[in-house]
Design a protein around this ligand. Sequence first.
Ligand code: TRP
Length: 459
Amino acid sequence: MSTTENRAEFGSTLGFILSAAGSAVGLGNIWKFPGKAYACGGGAFLIIYLIIVAVVGTSVMMAEFTIGRKTHRGSVGALRMLNEKFAWIGGLGVLTGFIIVCYYCQVGGWAMYYVAAYITDVQTVWADPMAYFLGMLGANGFPVGALVWGFIFMLLTAFIISHGTAGIEKMSTILMPILFILLIGLMIRACTLPGASEGIKYMLHVDFSTINGTAILTALGQAFFSLSLGMGVMITYASYLSSEDNLVSNTGIVCVLDTLVALFAGFMIIPAVFATGIAPGMGGGFAFATLAGVFMAIPGGQFMGMLFYFLLFFAAVTSSTSILEGTVAFLTEEKGMERKKALVGCCIIMEIVGVLYLLSQVYMNLKGIWISKDGLQFPIFGDFLEYLTDRLLLPLGAFFTTFFVGWIWGPENSIKEATGDGRNKFALAKPYAFVVKYIDPIAIGAIIVAGMVFGMSIS
Ligand code: TRP
Protein backbone atom coordinates (compact mmCIF):
# COMPACT_ATOMS: atom_id res chain seq x y z
CA MET A 1 0.00 0.00 0.00
CA SER A 2 1.19 3.45 -0.64
CA THR A 3 1.40 5.93 2.17
CA THR A 4 0.63 8.79 -0.12
CA GLU A 5 -3.02 8.95 0.87
CA ASN A 6 -4.09 11.73 3.06
CA ARG A 7 -3.21 10.16 6.31
CA ALA A 8 -1.13 11.34 9.18
CA GLU A 9 2.07 9.57 10.06
CA PHE A 10 4.09 9.55 13.21
CA GLY A 11 6.73 12.26 13.06
CA SER A 12 9.43 10.01 14.38
CA THR A 13 10.13 6.51 15.47
CA LEU A 14 10.44 7.77 19.00
CA GLY A 15 6.96 9.28 18.76
CA PHE A 16 5.55 5.93 17.76
CA ILE A 17 7.39 3.99 20.44
CA LEU A 18 6.24 6.44 23.05
CA SER A 19 2.66 6.26 21.87
CA ALA A 20 2.61 2.50 21.70
CA ALA A 21 4.40 2.25 25.05
CA GLY A 22 2.06 4.91 26.43
CA SER A 23 -0.88 2.75 25.47
CA ALA A 24 0.74 -0.34 26.91
CA VAL A 25 2.02 1.10 30.18
CA GLY A 26 -0.95 1.89 32.31
CA LEU A 27 -3.09 0.68 35.16
CA GLY A 28 -2.54 -2.87 33.95
CA ASN A 29 1.11 -2.76 34.97
CA ILE A 30 0.81 -1.04 38.30
CA TRP A 31 -2.71 -1.65 39.52
CA LYS A 32 -3.39 -5.14 38.14
CA PHE A 33 -0.09 -6.95 37.75
CA PRO A 34 1.19 -7.03 41.35
CA GLY A 35 -2.13 -8.31 42.67
CA LYS A 36 -2.18 -11.13 40.16
CA ALA A 37 1.43 -12.08 40.81
CA TYR A 38 0.63 -12.16 44.51
CA ALA A 39 -2.53 -14.21 44.18
CA CYS A 40 -1.07 -16.68 41.69
CA GLY A 41 2.00 -17.71 43.64
CA GLY A 42 4.78 -15.17 43.06
CA GLY A 43 7.85 -16.58 41.32
CA ALA A 44 6.18 -19.32 39.32
CA PHE A 45 3.64 -16.82 38.02
CA LEU A 46 6.44 -14.46 37.00
CA ILE A 47 8.11 -17.18 34.96
CA ILE A 48 4.87 -18.13 33.22
CA TYR A 49 4.16 -14.48 32.56
CA LEU A 50 7.60 -13.85 31.08
CA ILE A 51 7.36 -16.89 28.83
CA ILE A 52 3.94 -15.82 27.62
CA VAL A 53 5.14 -12.29 26.86
CA ALA A 54 8.27 -13.54 25.11
CA VAL A 55 6.49 -16.05 22.90
CA VAL A 56 2.84 -15.10 22.57
CA GLY A 57 2.95 -11.39 23.42
CA THR A 58 5.69 -10.44 20.99
CA SER A 59 4.23 -12.49 18.15
CA VAL A 60 0.71 -11.14 18.57
CA MET A 61 2.11 -7.62 18.71
CA MET A 62 4.09 -8.23 15.55
CA ALA A 63 0.97 -9.63 13.88
CA GLU A 64 -1.02 -6.51 14.80
CA PHE A 65 1.77 -4.12 13.78
CA THR A 66 2.17 -5.70 10.36
CA ILE A 67 -1.58 -5.73 9.67
CA GLY A 68 -1.78 -2.06 10.60
CA ARG A 69 1.16 -0.81 8.60
CA LYS A 70 0.39 -2.91 5.57
CA THR A 71 -3.09 -1.47 5.24
CA HIS A 72 -2.80 1.98 6.83
CA ARG A 73 -6.26 1.47 8.24
CA GLY A 74 -7.86 1.22 11.67
CA SER A 75 -8.52 -2.30 12.90
CA VAL A 76 -11.87 -3.03 11.20
CA GLY A 77 -10.90 -1.41 7.90
CA ALA A 78 -7.50 -3.11 8.00
CA LEU A 79 -8.93 -6.58 8.28
CA ARG A 80 -11.57 -5.84 5.70
CA MET A 81 -8.92 -4.68 3.29
CA LEU A 82 -6.87 -7.85 3.70
CA ASN A 83 -9.88 -10.13 3.59
CA GLU A 84 -13.43 -8.92 3.58
CA LYS A 85 -14.76 -11.90 5.45
CA PHE A 86 -12.72 -11.10 8.53
CA ALA A 87 -13.63 -7.51 9.33
CA TRP A 88 -15.61 -8.78 12.32
CA ILE A 89 -12.36 -9.58 14.15
CA GLY A 90 -11.83 -5.85 14.34
CA GLY A 91 -15.42 -5.41 15.48
CA LEU A 92 -14.92 -7.84 18.33
CA GLY A 93 -11.92 -5.80 19.46
CA VAL A 94 -13.95 -2.62 19.48
CA LEU A 95 -16.53 -4.19 21.77
CA THR A 96 -13.81 -5.49 24.10
CA GLY A 97 -12.16 -2.11 24.27
CA PHE A 98 -15.37 -0.39 25.07
CA ILE A 99 -16.05 -2.69 28.01
CA ILE A 100 -12.50 -2.12 29.28
CA VAL A 101 -12.65 1.64 29.04
CA CYS A 102 -15.85 1.71 31.12
CA TYR A 103 -14.08 0.44 34.22
CA TYR A 104 -10.67 1.79 33.31
CA CYS A 105 -11.95 5.34 33.69
CA GLN A 106 -13.18 4.59 37.19
CA VAL A 107 -9.80 3.33 38.33
CA GLY A 108 -8.13 6.27 36.61
CA GLY A 109 -10.42 8.40 38.77
CA TRP A 110 -9.12 6.66 41.90
CA ALA A 111 -5.60 7.75 40.95
CA MET A 112 -6.84 11.35 40.76
CA TYR A 113 -8.64 10.90 44.06
CA TYR A 114 -5.35 9.85 45.62
CA VAL A 115 -3.47 12.80 44.17
CA ALA A 116 -5.96 15.04 45.93
CA ALA A 117 -5.85 12.93 49.09
CA TYR A 118 -2.05 13.13 49.30
CA ILE A 119 -2.18 16.88 48.89
CA THR A 120 -4.94 17.65 51.36
CA ASP A 121 -5.41 14.78 53.72
CA VAL A 122 -2.33 12.60 53.86
CA GLN A 123 -2.51 11.96 57.60
CA THR A 124 -5.91 10.34 57.27
CA VAL A 125 -4.66 8.14 54.43
CA TRP A 126 -1.68 7.04 56.50
CA ALA A 127 -3.59 6.53 59.74
CA ASP A 128 -5.30 3.49 58.27
CA PRO A 129 -4.52 2.99 54.56
CA MET A 130 -6.87 0.07 54.07
CA ALA A 131 -9.81 1.80 55.76
CA TYR A 132 -9.15 4.88 53.67
CA PHE A 133 -9.15 2.89 50.46
CA LEU A 134 -12.37 1.08 51.35
CA GLY A 135 -13.84 4.38 52.49
CA MET A 136 -13.16 5.84 49.07
CA LEU A 137 -15.04 2.92 47.56
CA GLY A 138 -18.06 3.40 49.78
CA ALA A 139 -17.47 1.62 53.09
CA ASN A 140 -18.69 4.69 55.01
CA GLY A 141 -21.53 5.69 52.78
CA PHE A 142 -22.21 6.55 49.19
CA PRO A 143 -18.83 6.98 47.42
CA VAL A 144 -19.41 10.51 46.17
CA GLY A 145 -15.71 11.39 45.82
CA ALA A 146 -14.80 8.35 43.74
CA LEU A 147 -17.88 8.94 41.63
CA VAL A 148 -16.92 12.52 40.91
CA TRP A 149 -13.27 11.74 40.11
CA GLY A 150 -14.28 8.82 37.90
CA PHE A 151 -16.59 11.14 36.04
CA ILE A 152 -13.85 13.74 35.65
CA PHE A 153 -11.41 11.15 34.37
CA MET A 154 -13.92 9.93 31.82
CA LEU A 155 -14.68 13.46 30.62
CA LEU A 156 -10.98 14.18 30.36
CA THR A 157 -10.45 11.08 28.24
CA ALA A 158 -13.29 12.13 25.95
CA PHE A 159 -12.02 15.71 25.84
CA ILE A 160 -8.52 14.64 24.80
CA ILE A 161 -9.96 12.39 22.10
CA SER A 162 -12.01 15.24 20.71
CA HIS A 163 -9.01 17.58 20.64
CA GLY A 164 -6.32 15.32 19.25
CA THR A 165 -3.58 13.61 21.17
CA ALA A 166 -0.57 15.68 20.14
CA GLY A 167 -0.42 17.35 23.55
CA ILE A 168 -0.31 14.18 25.57
CA GLU A 169 2.26 12.72 23.25
CA LYS A 170 4.53 15.62 24.05
CA MET A 171 3.90 15.28 27.76
CA SER A 172 4.61 11.55 27.54
CA THR A 173 8.17 12.25 26.47
CA ILE A 174 8.77 13.93 29.81
CA LEU A 175 6.45 12.17 32.21
CA MET A 176 6.94 8.55 31.19
CA PRO A 177 10.69 8.58 31.90
CA ILE A 178 9.97 10.21 35.27
CA LEU A 179 7.48 7.45 36.09
CA PHE A 180 10.10 4.88 35.14
CA ILE A 181 12.73 6.42 37.42
CA LEU A 182 10.31 6.96 40.30
CA LEU A 183 9.23 3.33 40.11
CA ILE A 184 12.83 2.16 40.35
CA GLY A 185 13.40 4.41 43.36
CA LEU A 186 10.26 3.25 45.11
CA MET A 187 11.06 -0.35 44.33
CA ILE A 188 14.45 -0.03 45.97
CA ARG A 189 12.92 1.62 49.03
CA ALA A 190 10.16 -0.99 49.29
CA CYS A 191 12.67 -3.81 49.06
CA THR A 192 14.73 -2.37 51.88
CA LEU A 193 11.84 -1.92 54.32
CA PRO A 194 12.12 -4.09 57.42
CA GLY A 195 10.35 -7.34 56.69
CA ALA A 196 10.40 -6.83 52.93
CA SER A 197 12.81 -9.68 52.30
CA GLU A 198 9.96 -12.17 52.77
CA GLY A 199 8.22 -10.48 49.88
CA ILE A 200 11.31 -10.63 47.68
CA LYS A 201 11.59 -14.31 48.52
CA TYR A 202 7.96 -14.78 47.62
CA MET A 203 8.53 -13.18 44.22
CA LEU A 204 11.66 -15.21 43.52
CA HIS A 205 10.59 -18.51 44.99
CA VAL A 206 9.44 -20.74 42.16
CA ASP A 207 6.93 -23.31 43.24
CA PHE A 208 5.07 -24.71 40.28
CA SER A 209 2.48 -26.38 42.46
CA THR A 210 0.80 -22.96 42.65
CA ILE A 211 0.33 -22.96 38.90
CA ASN A 212 -2.98 -24.29 37.70
CA GLY A 213 -5.13 -23.60 34.67
CA THR A 214 -6.51 -20.47 36.25
CA ALA A 215 -3.04 -19.05 36.89
CA ILE A 216 -2.00 -19.64 33.29
CA LEU A 217 -5.19 -18.07 32.01
CA THR A 218 -4.65 -15.13 34.36
CA ALA A 219 -1.10 -14.68 33.07
CA LEU A 220 -2.26 -14.82 29.46
CA GLY A 221 -5.10 -12.34 29.96
CA GLN A 222 -2.82 -10.07 31.96
CA ALA A 223 -0.17 -10.15 29.21
CA PHE A 224 -2.69 -9.14 26.55
CA PHE A 225 -4.17 -6.46 28.74
CA SER A 226 -0.80 -5.08 29.69
CA LEU A 227 0.58 -5.05 26.16
CA SER A 228 -2.66 -3.59 24.75
CA LEU A 229 -3.17 -6.61 22.52
CA GLY A 230 -6.22 -8.45 21.31
CA MET A 231 -8.40 -5.52 20.38
CA GLY A 232 -6.69 -3.92 17.47
CA VAL A 233 -5.22 -0.87 19.21
CA MET A 234 -1.77 -1.76 17.94
CA ILE A 235 -3.19 -2.30 14.44
CA THR A 236 -4.52 1.22 14.50
CA TYR A 237 -1.28 2.68 15.89
CA ALA A 238 0.90 0.93 13.36
CA SER A 239 -1.38 2.15 10.58
CA TYR A 240 0.19 5.58 11.14
CA LEU A 241 3.72 4.28 10.62
CA SER A 242 5.66 4.83 7.45
CA SER A 243 7.42 2.05 5.64
CA GLU A 244 10.74 3.36 6.94
CA ASP A 245 10.05 2.30 10.49
CA ASN A 246 11.51 -0.89 11.83
CA LEU A 247 8.67 -3.02 13.17
CA VAL A 248 11.02 -5.65 14.55
CA SER A 249 12.86 -3.40 16.94
CA ASN A 250 9.68 -1.49 17.80
CA THR A 251 7.99 -4.71 18.88
CA GLY A 252 10.94 -5.62 21.05
CA ILE A 253 11.23 -2.23 22.67
CA VAL A 254 7.53 -1.88 23.51
CA CYS A 255 7.31 -5.39 24.97
CA VAL A 256 10.45 -4.96 27.06
CA LEU A 257 9.46 -1.54 28.40
CA ASP A 258 5.98 -2.66 29.35
CA THR A 259 7.24 -5.79 31.06
CA LEU A 260 9.93 -3.89 32.96
CA VAL A 261 7.34 -1.49 34.34
CA ALA A 262 5.17 -4.41 35.47
CA LEU A 263 8.16 -6.08 37.14
CA PHE A 264 9.19 -2.86 38.90
CA ALA A 265 5.64 -2.47 40.18
CA GLY A 266 5.59 -6.07 41.34
CA PHE A 267 8.89 -5.76 43.19
CA MET A 268 7.72 -2.49 44.68
CA ILE A 269 4.34 -3.65 45.92
CA ILE A 270 4.78 -7.28 47.00
CA PRO A 271 7.73 -6.62 49.35
CA ALA A 272 5.67 -3.75 50.73
CA VAL A 273 2.79 -6.14 51.37
CA PHE A 274 5.05 -8.27 53.55
CA ALA A 275 6.65 -5.30 55.26
CA THR A 276 3.42 -3.47 56.05
CA GLY A 277 0.96 -6.33 56.38
CA ILE A 278 -1.49 -4.41 54.20
CA ALA A 279 -2.71 -7.10 51.84
CA PRO A 280 -6.02 -6.40 50.24
CA GLY A 281 -7.64 -9.12 48.16
CA MET A 282 -7.58 -9.25 44.41
CA GLY A 283 -9.42 -5.95 44.25
CA GLY A 284 -7.00 -3.24 43.28
CA GLY A 285 -6.04 -2.17 46.77
CA PHE A 286 -2.34 -2.85 46.32
CA ALA A 287 -1.48 0.26 44.37
CA PHE A 288 -3.52 2.37 46.76
CA ALA A 289 -3.57 0.95 50.28
CA THR A 290 -0.36 -1.07 50.40
CA LEU A 291 1.85 1.60 48.90
CA ALA A 292 0.98 3.98 51.70
CA GLY A 293 3.36 1.92 53.82
CA VAL A 294 6.22 2.81 51.46
CA PHE A 295 5.42 6.51 51.28
CA MET A 296 5.17 6.71 55.06
CA ALA A 297 8.67 5.32 55.29
CA ILE A 298 10.46 7.75 53.02
CA PRO A 299 11.45 11.35 53.49
CA GLY A 300 9.17 13.60 51.49
CA GLY A 301 6.71 10.72 51.32
CA GLN A 302 3.76 13.03 50.92
CA PHE A 303 5.26 14.67 47.85
CA MET A 304 6.47 11.34 46.45
CA GLY A 305 3.03 9.84 46.92
CA MET A 306 1.41 12.74 45.18
CA LEU A 307 3.88 12.52 42.32
CA PHE A 308 3.37 8.77 42.05
CA TYR A 309 -0.42 8.99 41.79
CA PHE A 310 -0.13 11.85 39.36
CA LEU A 311 2.12 9.76 37.12
CA LEU A 312 -0.18 6.77 37.53
CA PHE A 313 -3.04 8.98 36.47
CA PHE A 314 -1.06 10.17 33.49
CA ALA A 315 -0.12 6.62 32.48
CA ALA A 316 -3.82 5.76 32.74
CA VAL A 317 -4.82 8.65 30.48
CA THR A 318 -2.43 7.62 27.71
CA SER A 319 -4.04 4.18 27.85
CA SER A 320 -7.69 5.17 28.22
CA THR A 321 -7.46 7.53 25.26
CA SER A 322 -5.93 4.77 23.13
CA ILE A 323 -8.84 2.49 23.94
CA LEU A 324 -11.64 5.02 23.49
CA GLU A 325 -10.10 6.24 20.25
CA GLY A 326 -10.67 2.74 18.87
CA THR A 327 -14.37 2.84 19.68
CA VAL A 328 -14.88 6.34 18.36
CA ALA A 329 -12.91 5.65 15.17
CA PHE A 330 -15.11 2.60 14.60
CA LEU A 331 -18.36 4.52 15.09
CA THR A 332 -17.32 7.37 12.83
CA GLU A 333 -15.40 5.52 10.12
CA GLU A 334 -17.44 2.35 9.93
CA LYS A 335 -20.88 3.41 11.09
CA GLY A 336 -20.81 6.90 9.65
CA MET A 337 -21.68 8.53 12.96
CA GLU A 338 -20.79 12.10 13.65
CA ARG A 339 -17.75 12.31 15.90
CA LYS A 340 -19.45 14.42 18.53
CA LYS A 341 -22.50 12.19 18.72
CA ALA A 342 -20.33 9.10 18.92
CA LEU A 343 -18.36 10.61 21.79
CA VAL A 344 -21.42 11.72 23.75
CA GLY A 345 -23.06 8.32 23.30
CA CYS A 346 -19.90 6.57 24.47
CA CYS A 347 -19.67 8.84 27.50
CA ILE A 348 -23.21 8.08 28.62
CA ILE A 349 -22.78 4.32 28.44
CA MET A 350 -19.28 4.50 29.95
CA GLU A 351 -20.64 6.43 32.90
CA ILE A 352 -23.53 4.04 33.55
CA VAL A 353 -21.39 0.91 33.38
CA GLY A 354 -18.58 2.66 35.25
CA VAL A 355 -20.81 3.69 38.13
CA LEU A 356 -22.13 0.14 38.43
CA TYR A 357 -18.53 -1.07 38.51
CA LEU A 358 -17.61 1.40 41.23
CA LEU A 359 -20.66 0.73 43.36
CA SER A 360 -20.19 -3.01 43.09
CA GLN A 361 -16.72 -2.74 44.64
CA VAL A 362 -17.90 -2.09 48.18
CA TYR A 363 -21.05 -0.07 48.42
CA MET A 364 -23.51 -2.56 46.99
CA ASN A 365 -22.01 -5.30 49.11
CA LEU A 366 -22.67 -3.27 52.21
CA LYS A 367 -26.21 -2.63 51.14
CA GLY A 368 -26.62 -6.31 50.41
CA ILE A 369 -27.56 -5.56 46.85
CA TRP A 370 -24.79 -7.63 45.42
CA ILE A 371 -23.53 -10.25 47.75
CA SER A 372 -20.01 -11.22 46.85
CA LYS A 373 -18.33 -14.40 47.77
CA ASP A 374 -15.77 -13.09 50.22
CA GLY A 375 -17.16 -10.05 51.84
CA LEU A 376 -15.75 -6.80 50.56
CA GLN A 377 -12.88 -8.10 48.57
CA PHE A 378 -14.47 -9.76 45.59
CA PRO A 379 -16.88 -7.47 43.88
CA ILE A 380 -18.99 -9.64 41.63
CA PHE A 381 -19.85 -7.15 38.91
CA GLY A 382 -16.34 -5.71 38.82
CA ASP A 383 -14.83 -9.18 38.67
CA PHE A 384 -17.25 -10.12 35.96
CA LEU A 385 -16.22 -7.24 33.71
CA GLU A 386 -12.54 -7.98 34.23
CA TYR A 387 -12.93 -11.70 33.62
CA LEU A 388 -15.03 -11.14 30.58
CA THR A 389 -12.41 -8.90 28.99
CA ASP A 390 -9.11 -10.30 30.31
CA ARG A 391 -9.91 -13.97 30.27
CA LEU A 392 -12.25 -14.28 27.35
CA LEU A 393 -12.51 -11.35 24.94
CA LEU A 394 -8.85 -10.27 24.75
CA PRO A 395 -7.57 -13.84 24.32
CA LEU A 396 -10.30 -14.42 21.72
CA GLY A 397 -9.26 -11.29 19.86
CA ALA A 398 -5.63 -12.40 19.90
CA PHE A 399 -6.63 -15.91 18.87
CA PHE A 400 -8.47 -14.69 15.80
CA THR A 401 -5.73 -12.22 14.93
CA THR A 402 -3.04 -14.88 14.95
CA PHE A 403 -5.29 -17.34 13.18
CA PHE A 404 -5.89 -14.70 10.55
CA VAL A 405 -2.21 -13.95 10.08
CA GLY A 406 -1.14 -17.59 10.28
CA TRP A 407 -3.74 -19.13 8.01
CA ILE A 408 -5.54 -16.48 5.98
CA TRP A 409 -3.18 -13.62 5.25
CA GLY A 410 -0.11 -15.83 5.63
CA PRO A 411 2.98 -15.43 7.82
CA GLU A 412 5.13 -14.73 4.78
CA ASN A 413 3.15 -11.57 4.02
CA SER A 414 3.40 -10.50 7.63
CA ILE A 415 7.17 -11.08 7.62
CA LYS A 416 7.52 -9.19 4.37
CA GLU A 417 5.83 -6.24 5.99
CA ALA A 418 7.83 -6.63 9.20
CA THR A 419 11.12 -6.38 7.36
CA GLY A 420 9.94 -3.60 5.06
CA ASP A 421 10.40 -5.86 2.03
CA GLY A 422 13.71 -7.16 3.24
CA ARG A 423 15.23 -3.83 4.24
CA ASN A 424 15.34 -4.60 7.96
CA LYS A 425 16.73 -7.69 9.60
CA PHE A 426 14.30 -10.04 11.31
CA ALA A 427 16.46 -12.78 12.75
CA LEU A 428 13.51 -14.57 14.29
CA ALA A 429 11.36 -14.57 11.15
CA LYS A 430 11.19 -18.36 10.94
CA PRO A 431 10.26 -18.92 14.58
CA TYR A 432 7.74 -16.09 14.27
CA ALA A 433 6.04 -17.79 11.32
CA PHE A 434 5.84 -21.02 13.27
CA VAL A 435 4.54 -19.34 16.41
CA VAL A 436 1.75 -17.31 14.75
CA LYS A 437 0.68 -20.24 12.69
CA TYR A 438 0.72 -23.04 15.27
CA ILE A 439 1.77 -22.11 18.78
CA ASP A 440 -0.38 -19.01 19.24
CA PRO A 441 -3.75 -20.33 18.02
CA ILE A 442 -3.28 -23.67 19.74
CA ALA A 443 -2.00 -22.30 23.05
CA ILE A 444 -4.45 -19.41 23.24
CA GLY A 445 -7.34 -21.59 22.11
CA ALA A 446 -6.51 -24.29 24.64
CA ILE A 447 -6.23 -21.78 27.47
CA ILE A 448 -9.56 -20.18 26.58
CA VAL A 449 -11.31 -23.53 26.48
CA ALA A 450 -9.66 -24.63 29.71
CA GLY A 451 -10.78 -21.41 31.34
CA MET A 452 -14.36 -21.98 30.30
CA VAL A 453 -14.37 -25.62 31.33
CA PHE A 454 -12.60 -25.22 34.65
CA GLY A 455 -14.50 -22.15 35.62
CA MET A 456 -13.43 -18.68 36.45
CA SER A 457 -12.53 -18.90 40.10
CA ILE A 458 -9.44 -17.25 41.48
CA SER A 459 -7.55 -19.83 43.43
N1 TRP B 1 -2.31 -1.73 28.32
C1 TRP B 1 -3.02 -0.80 29.13
C2 TRP B 1 -2.65 -1.05 30.57
O1 TRP B 1 -1.82 -1.85 30.87
C3 TRP B 1 -4.51 -0.85 28.93
C4 TRP B 1 -4.88 -0.83 27.51
C5 TRP B 1 -4.72 0.21 26.66
C6 TRP B 1 -5.38 -1.89 26.74
N2 TRP B 1 -5.12 -0.13 25.42
C7 TRP B 1 -5.52 -1.41 25.44
C8 TRP B 1 -5.70 -3.18 27.04
C9 TRP B 1 -5.95 -2.24 24.44
C10 TRP B 1 -6.15 -4.01 26.03
C11 TRP B 1 -6.26 -3.57 24.74
O2 TRP B 1 -3.16 -0.42 31.45
